[in-house]
Design a protein around this ligand. Structure first.
Ligand SMILES: [Zn+2]
Length: 52
């Protein structure tokens, strides 16, 4: 999943294929995607990151 945004991965079904890894990415999330409403620990995982 290197280089891919979490937003894209979720569209491809990543959260269903590997829910454990997905939850790991959400744990302690400090950023959210303005465009998709997705939350993630790292801003670079999102296409339109904003701090939460
Ligand atoms: Zn996004």
């Amino acid at each position: 999943m290197a280089g891919k945004k979490l937003c894209e991965l979720v569209k491809e079904g990543f959260h269903k294929e590997d829910p454990k890894a997905y939850k790991g990415l959400l744990r302690g999330a400090k950023h959210a995607c303005k465009r998709c409403g997705r939350a993630a620990t790292k801003a670079k995982c999102l296409c339109k990151p904003t701090r939460i």
